[in-house]
Design a protein around this ligand. Sequence first.
Ligand code: FES
Length: 166
Amino acid sequence: MTINAATPQKKTLMTRRQFFAWAWAAAIVALGGQAIAMLVRFIQPVSTSGFGGLVRAGKVDEFTPGSISQIKAGRFFLYRMNDGSFLAMYQKCTHLGCSVPWVPDEDQFHCPCHGTLFDKTGQVLGGPAPRPLDLFSVVIKNGEVFVDTGNPIQRQKFDPSQTMKA
Ligand code: FES
């Protein structure tokens, strides 16, 4: 079979102009989609997730002043202080990372691994831990307590400015 060299070839590729027109259209559709997604997220109520995100602890009134509550889904303890403010502490020991339980009979946190003791505000009372329990930011919205478990905050001591007023 021979091919006639004089026969014009069919153009199957798009022109440069068509390519850029398609690229612009695709970019505009993508940006529009992102804008709609951001708008939907903005108008939705606060959403919560598990550890590593925003965790709903409960209604403000569920926590009596002076109480320590463990929020297992968020791996933190929520201390409602006597003045009604909140302090959220990561349950991870600042020594070697063991999970530290609250021991009501001792009125302190007591790490089972190497014995570090922490007071209600997470300050070291004794043992090898080099610093207090890390904090998480507390957000109070519509009478509910949320804790941002995405960014543990290191500190050298307790300070009342670390608490969130209800
Ligand atoms: S891991 Fe807690 S004291 Fe060592």
